[in-house]
Design a protein around this ligand. Structure first.
Ligand code: NAD
Length: 250
């Protein structure tokens, strides 16, 4: 049987062809979910959803825009009647060092990776409270735990560490409403976020330092999201799941 039969799942940052969000949308759909893909470009989001199947939807939604998040949640409830799962997956990075972070870059990185998690959660939680059930999975990163050192700068580490605190606080606050909130902390996953930013030699060096001796792929993070979205994890909230090949065993 299917792990997400008839569940409605909203996934942010899920239109990118090689991304973790789209891999998650495909995996959730294969487990019976109706998927709502959110991404910056409405057309790309709609096309990505249609390519999975006619019962899925894609909406344009910039997660840094509180009104856009509210509209996306309203539209989802109009079309599907409920929202069971939210995956706060949208994110951007920038490989710079501390002394190079200018105010605009700080704002941009913090806004998408951290503020966006707040805004989309705020948009969806009232519906989950009505249902008295819901699962929210948030994208953090190993960069939050080890202080970067892979691809993102210190502002990215700070934003992704902020996600851990925000998610744990929401897990505490909304547990009584039967809404679970958890995080994933991936290591280096081969998607377009790092495309062209690491040489094959750099990737080889990183792989050699990882116990599983390789980088990860988008489907392997989607699997962790599926576990957190499904009832398999019904007694798990405020947790952080490492998906990093053993890069950070602690
Ligand atoms: P990706 O670039 O393929 O996907 C990111 C998606 O987010 C894109 O579709 C992009 O259009 C979308 N997006 C960007 N800004 C947005 C906004 N303001 N509103 C809505 N959507 C927006 O990269 P990915 O690797 O699949 O990244 C997915 C998430 O995983 C990100 O949060 C990233 O920080 C995180 N992550 C990635 C890795 C990795 O190694 N790839 C590791 C740890 C964490």
């Amino acid at each position: 049987s299917s792990l997400l039969q008839d569940k409605v799942a909203m996934i942010s940052g899920a239109a990118s062809a090689r991304g973790i969000g789209l891999a998650t949308a495909h995996l959730f759909a294969s487990q019976g979910a109706k998927v709502i893909i959110l991404d910056l470009d409405e057309k790309a989001a709609a096309e990505a959803a249609a390519a999975i199947g006619p019962e899925h939807r894609g909406y344009g939604c910039n997660v840094t825009d509180k009104d856009a998040c509210a509209k996306a949640a309203e539209r989802a409830v109009e079309e599907f009647g409920r929202i069971d799962i939210l995956v706060n997956n949208a994110g951007i990075t920038q490989p710079v060092k501390t002394l190079e972070i200018d105010p605009a870059s700080w704002d941009r990185i913090l806004d998408v990776n951290l503020r966006g998690v707040l805004y989309l959660s705020q948009a969806v939680i009232p519906q989950m409270q009505k249902q008295q059930s819901g699962s929210i999975a948030c994208m953090s990163s190993v960069s939050a735990q080890r202080g970067g050192g892979i691809l993102g700068g210190p502002h990215y580490s700070a934003a992704k560490a902020g996600v851990l605190g925000l998610a744990k606080a929401m897990a505490r606050e909304f547990g009584p409403d039967n809404i679970r909130v958890n995080c994933v902390t991936p290591g280096l996953i081969q998607t377009d976020i790092s495309a062209g930013k690491l040489s094959d030699e750099q990737k080889g060096d990183i792989a050699a330092s990882i116990p599983l001796n390789r980088l990860g792929n988008a489907n392997e993070v989607a699997g962790a999201y599926l576990f957190l979205a499904s009832d398999l994890s019904s007694y798990i909230t405020g947790a952080v799941i490492d998906v990093n090949g053993g890069m950070l065993i602690h």
